[in-house]
Write a protein that binds this ligand. Sequence first.
Ligand code: BGP
Length: 484
Amino acid sequence: MSGFKKDFLWGGALAANQIEGAWNEGGKGLSVADVAMFKSNLDINDYAGHNLVTSKMIEDAVKTKDAKDYPKRRGIDFYHRYKEDIALFSEMGFKTLRLSIAWSRLFPTGKEEVPNQKGIDYYKKIFESLKEKNIVPIVTLSHYEMPLQLSIEYNGWVDRKLIDFFVKYSKVCFEEFGSYVKYWLTFNEIDSVSRHPFITAGIVEDQCEHYTLDEAIYQALHHQYVAAAKVTKMCHEMIPESKMGCMLTKLTTYPNTCHPEDVLLSLERNLDNYAHADIQIFGKYPDLYLRKLKNNNIQIKVAPEDDEILLQGRSDYLAFSYYMSRTESADPNKEKSAGNTIMSVKNPYLASTEWGWQIDPVGLRISLIELYDRYQIPLIIVENGLGAVDTLDKNNKIHDHYRINYLRAHIQEMKKAIDMGVDLFGYTSWAPIDSISVSTSQMSKRYGFVYVDQDDFGNGNQQRYKKDSFYWYKKVIETSGDDL
Ligand code: BGP
């Protein structure tokens, strides 16, 4: 018997900045994603949009008017092709589509008093198309995108004023789209502010004069927690029946050995990861986390009313992304590698993707059990998938059995977790159609069930092709996960 209920939300997840393109159409303002630079000869740590960005890099990007070095400006042209793409998702039987709204389409600089009507009209068309196909939207308010002006003028979320700008933007979303959208999410992978301070929070390296970079990161995070709580409360008041979730990158960390020091280190890493969800689900900072900031001499400004705000705006459900697990060793001589993002010791029991992400389906079950046991609120996996290089054969087919194997193994573990009693209400795989990757800024790291004919340099006619995984996922949804 299948563990998946009939109303389980099967679908896919996308983000505006990675698919829409049309970066300067429809009255849209420049966003941080539009200046995230792709240079194939640079080391990963030098990419704009990953790790650190300087004012000079932004100035140069703003002067450049084409999309050549900035693939997110191009996206996959979802802005114009959304109907065709939504029809493909519908053909697979999607019950849900997770997508995000680009803040800079509604408020080009973030500071306008009146929103950009063309931006509102565009998202209404998307929601109408989803409604026609009976696809339930799950909408992320902030997914690695914000008006660039707020970064330049305030150093992004380091400034408390950002809370008000975000509340104003969210209020418009609830007013305009509340009749279409029941499931909302505040910040995509909120914990990733420390990994990508610029694209998540608009933090510019050389603007951190009066505080350390760590302080900037934790201050920005604090403002995002407060903003998330405020808009959660507002959403409940404005949209009856609405559900607002928070989102975590689930990074389950294993000890490399049973040496107590390894166990201790992995425990610390796991607690660090949980802290972001604790704050939004329990409505308060964990004591150990606050103490850790203090011990590390990280000082953040907290307003007297913040404790109450956090408590009043707790999340209804927990959404998380899961791609890999990682392993920690306290031995300083033990070799670690970051793959192309997350630092880990090599786990000898796991295979890795071409980008060094360690594939661990059982780790997903472990994560589900731990999260449900800790929070006891509904869970949804809003990202999971395999980034791979796909090649179109001479018959225009893509035989992506590697992707099917990855997804099958993870879905099997979800089933087992549900059978243990975990309340998992949906699964949106990343990403149902090829899009621009965050960690490489490239097109060639593909996740889709649908292939997009476009290379890293923007060549290709952007035509869509169904991969083998398209037909496989369709069958999975049709049979509620029975036929994997
Ligand atoms: C998550 C992001 C997504 C997505 C995904 C895959 O961190 O929320 O936006 O891109 O990772 O990562 P990548 O694109 O780097 O392969």
